[in-house]
Design a protein around this ligand. Structure first.
Ligand code: SF4
Length: 177
């Protein structure tokens, strides 16, 4: 049998190799163009938000209410809210508590690591303006003393329902913008 000839086993092997061969890679330019078209045509956020909760110095009241959101009672994921622990995967930084001086830099760094567009939500009265800790030496103030804030959800603490309402309002407002 010459080198160019193959038996039925050889032909089957060649068919299998063709079938499972990787598809040729798309040129980088066309991938970039396709991504640009897709991102321009979709709403800013789609229908979900990834939320990073950060306690900047709270009494834990607000943080505990926020911690209830992913649980079975409120099931925030059903509403499109996903809780993450990496700022690089977050759309929203949900900050509770007044900003203590030793947390200010951590807050700035977390916000800087988030991909744009991103939003900052101050959860609770302390996050709003420092609340009852406003005059304390170790406190910078509310979140706005350190970062631009997009939404304040008042309360001491706000209930999980209020937090959920605020986040869903943000999702609706930005998705329709
Ligand atoms: S707003 Fe109230 S519950 Fe929240 S951190 Fe301040 S004192 Fe605590």
């Amino acid at each position: 049998m010459s080198a160019g000839e193959t038996g039925s086993g050889g032909r089957m092997l060649q068919r299998l190799l063709r079938r499972f061969a990787p598809a040729p890679a798309a040129p980088a330019d066309s991938v970039a163009a396709a991504l640009a078209i897709r991102s321009a045509s979709r709403p800013r956020l789609g229908r979900s938000l990834s939320v990073l909760c950060l306690d900047a110095g709270s009494c834990r009241g607000c943080a505990l209410e926020a911690a209830a959101l992913p649980g079975a009672a409120y099931d925030a994921e059903r509403h499109g809210l996903r809780f993450v622990d990496d700022p690089r995967a977050a759309d929203v930084l949900l900050v509770s508590g007044p900003v203590s001086r030793n947390m200010a830099e951590a807050l700035r760094r977390a916000r800087a690591a988030m991909p744009e567009p991103a939003w900052v939500v101050a959860a609770g009265d302390c996050a709003g303006d420092g609340g009852c800790f406003r005059a304390a030496d170790a406190v910078e103030g509310g979140v706005a003393a350190v970062l631009a804030v997009d939404l304040v959800i008042p309360g001491c603490p706000p209930t999980p329902e209020q937090l959920l309402d605020g986040l869903l309002a943000l999702l609706a407002a930005e998705a329709n913008r």
